[in-house]
Design a protein around this ligand. Structure first.
Ligand SMILES: Cc1ncc(COP(=O)(O)O)c(C=O)c1O
Length: 398
């Protein structure tokens, strides 16, 4: 079908929940995707932090092919080998003792919220259910997770919201301390705010949050849906800050392009979930787990990908900071590994659209922050090419 007709049909048959670019994507390999127009694009969006190994990584493709021939789905009434192998690998390489699998980031956060509430009920009585989250955060679009999300623009029109959430400014330890009450059961944060514009907390923030949680017997839930799976140069972003959370949620990069989410928790916390407490028909399904297992094994293989991600991240931020010397419209460049943001004084969308014309996919969040989430296999030459294009575009009155 030609591109124009596909876009017309999309308009006609899909709910209009997304402002999509007028581009139909058909194929991807590594850093590149190809459109139905035959044009090649360098992908700095990476499925919004999903394609950590690039598009159609051979190890993920082969794992999916093999699993698809063997067994697609059987339900969680039975044991599934790839699910158990994946859980074991996640536990081996994290703080966690137990894993619950689901299908998306929002679903993982729903699971974490339920787990924290149930834990608090069992250990501290009926009245501890409130969760403190950060302003400007993003935790998903279900009713509980959109309530956890500290941004009114995502909540408007869906009221009444879920009771039991309270918001504080991110990276403000005093505000957090002041918000803790007898009802508080947990603090839920992204280690680095992604959708909120790549906001990186000060080095000691999460350590101090951990201390407050310990003092007040609160669970610390870290939403690593965007920062996990190597994105920031370590397998999990909490590793940068020398802390141990109680619960971590994952999704996006976990399946290397196949939908899967996970809730990771310590033994003590996880043990409040018993048969019947929580479930998901597709959660941890053989196909998704095989893809995630291949993705995680590849990331962990000899540490090459994480090293590479760190080196590319440093190079990327350096190059963008060189641009900042020339253009006053660049307010700040922020990055950890390959979660990189460039805040502008102006609307970023014209730059995103112009990049698309030049064959590069980038993202803009919050109206004025260009966000770059390339596959972790991005090369220096790809970054240099993007920065050249940005240099050209920022020099023009777009
Ligand atoms: C930090 C964070 N949490 C949760 C979500 C929601 O994930 P999903 O869209 O898979 O439900 C996102 C998505 O952007 C995210 O960035």
């Amino acid at each position: 079908m030609e591109q124009k007709k596909i876009i017309e049909d999309a308009d006609r048959y899909l709910m209009h929940t997304y402002s999509r670019f007028p581009l139909v994507l058909r194929k991807g390999r590594g850093m590149k995707v190809w459109g139905a127009d035959g044009k090649e694009y360098l992908d700095f969006v990476g499925g919004i932090a999903v394609n950590v190994l690039g598009h159609c990584h051979p190890k993920v493709v082969v794992a999916v092919q093999k699993q698809a021939q063997r067994l697609l789905h059987v339900s969680n009434l039975f044991h599934i080998e790839p699910q158990i192998k994946l859980a074991k690998l996640l536990v081996t390489h994290s703080f966690a003792d137990k894993v619950f699998f689901c299908n998306s980031g929002a679903e993982a956060n729903e699971g974490a919220i339920k787990l924290a509430r149930k834990y608090a009920k069992e250990y501290h009585g009926q009245n501890r259910y409130e969760i403190i989250t950060a302003l400007n955060s993003f935790h998903g679009r279900t009713l509980a997770t959109v309530t956890a999300t500290g941004q009114e623009k995502f909540q408007k029109g869906f009221e009444p919201l879920m009771p039991g959430f309270r918001y504080v400014p991110f990276n403000d330890i005093h505000a957090l301390e002041a918000a803790i009450t007898r009802e508080t059961c947990a603090v839920m944060l992204e280690p680095i705010q992604g959708e909120g514009g790549v906001k990186i907390p000060s080095d000691d923030y999460l350590r101090r949050v951990r201390e407050l949680c310990d003092k007040h017997e609160l669970l610390l839930i870290l939403d690593e849906v965007q920062t996990g799976m190597g994105r920031t140069g370590k397998l999990f972003a909490y590793e940068h800050y020398g802390i141990t959370p109680d619960i971590v949620t994952l999704a996006k990069g976990l399946g290397g392009g196949v939908p899967i989410g996970a809730v990771l928790a310590t033994e003590k916390v996880a043990s409040v979930f018993q048969p019947g407490s929580h479930a998901s028909t597709f959660g941890g399904n053989p196909l998704a787990c095989s893809a995630a297992l291949a993705t995680l094994e590849t990331i962990l293989e000899d540490g090459f990908i994480l090293d590479h991600c760190n080196r590319m991240g440093i190079h990327f931020v350096e190059k963008l900071n060189q641009l900042k010397e020339y253009y006053q419209q660049i307010v700040e460049v922020r990055g950890k590994g390959l979660l990189v943001g460039m805040e502008l004084t102006r609307d970023g969308m014209p730059i995103v659209k112009a990049c698309l014309h030049k064959g590069i996919l980038i993202n803009c969040t919050g109206g004025n922050i260009l966000r770059f989430l390339p596959p972790l296999i991005v090369e220096e030459r790809d970054i240099d090419h993007l920065v050249e294009i940005l240099d050209d575009l920022l020099g023009r009155a777009l």
